[in-house]
Design a binder for this molecule. Structure first.
Ligand code: R5P
Length: 301
């Protein structure tokens, strides 16, 4: 087996390879002056099972193109099987036509991955459990919830606590987490997003009471406004300590400032997306998903 990595999240590629007691195999990725890339596989891969790690957060288009080229190069070089580890699967939010005339971006991505030669995908905390239905190849849908359950147990103490989903779409996730935490109570905030502007508003809390400690759990953080607004409503309704646990830190430019200023104690995310230097902030703590991915690769190969 050989492990390769695109340029999106090399630290995670190295951690996965280390867990598998392997070195990352080298690729030559040359960038032309106009930004186009030429990808070349350096080691011999004939009849090898190959794993390619590439997270497709910002800039998603660039990282997807790079992944397509790496997979194509491996296939042309004789690889027996290709598993794409895409910890954060970009474009998954556009999984159907929301308004007449729109593209279904996720379907385009799925078809392209299949056509270039990916045989199987390993990914994390997809936006909905229906996402794998878009793909014809097998999808291993892993979750960071077990890491979050451990973290919550560490913080709980004896205080009255509640799990919070920041939108209706996250209710299933919060119920699973509640089961892992001996039935910890859970509530959801009522969030509305303007489909044209992307602007969100949060009006109320449903499903139970806000407690002294609140744990907001989400699949991803992009601008940080969902978290900041949810925290504001929870604080108004009596939460004294608010923690955030979100799998994918797809931080846009202002997200780190918004999160640092939000009424939250700590923001736990995973390394599904590489967080570059200027996007770190003091409330941020990163949990690694490398052992979970490595265990799944060992199961498959
Ligand atoms: C939305 O449905 C997702 O679960 C996240 O809540 C959302 O993508 C977070 O986005 P932002 O950080 O921009 O509010």
């Amino acid at each position: 087996m050989k492990v390769f990595g695109g340029t999106s999240n090399f630290p995670l590629t190295e951690k996965i390879a280390k867990e598998l007691q392997l070195e990352v195999s080298p690729l030559e990725i040359h960038v032309f002056p106009d930004g186009e890339k030429r990808v070349r596989v350096l080691p011999r891969v004939v009849n090898e099972d190959c794993v390619v790690v590439q997270s497709t957060a910002t800039p998603g288009d660039t990282f997807y193109m790079e992944l397509f080229f790496i997979v194509d190069a491996l296939k042309r070089s004789g690889a027996r099987s290709i598993i794409a580890v895409i910890p954060y699967l970009g474009y998954q939010r556009q999984d159907h036509v929301f308004r007449e005339g729109e593209a279904v971006s996720l379907q385009v991505i799925a078809k392209t991955l299949e056509v270039v030669g990916v045989g199987r995908i390993i990914t994390f905390d997809l936006h909905t459990i229906k996402t794998p239905e878009v793909f014809k190849i097998p999808i291993e849908h892993l979750s960071a919830l077990s890491l979050f359950a451990e973290k919550i147990k560490e913080i709980l103490g004896g205080t009255d606590s509640v799990l919070v989903s920041p939108d209706m779409g996250g209710v299933r996730r919060i119920k699973l987490l509640s089961e892992m935490l001996s039935g910890m109570p859970h509530i959801e905030v009522v969030k509305n997003r303007d489909l044209a502007s992307g602007e969100i508003s949060i009006s109320d809390v449903l499903g139970g009471e806000v407690k002294e400690k609140a744990f907001i759990v989400d699949d991803m953080i992009a601008t940080g406004s969902t978290i900041a607004k949810a925290a504001e409503v929870l604080a108004e309704k009596g939460a004294k300590e608010i923690y955030v646990l979100a799998t994918h830190p797809v931080f846009t430019q202002d997200a780190t400032r918004i999160l640092q200023d939000a009424k939250v104690e700590k923001v736990f995310v995973t390394d599904s997306v590489d967080i570059l230097g200027d996007k770190h902030f003091s409330k941020l703590q990163i949990l690694t998903i490398a052992p979970i991915i490595a265990a799944k690769i060992r199961d498959i190969i």
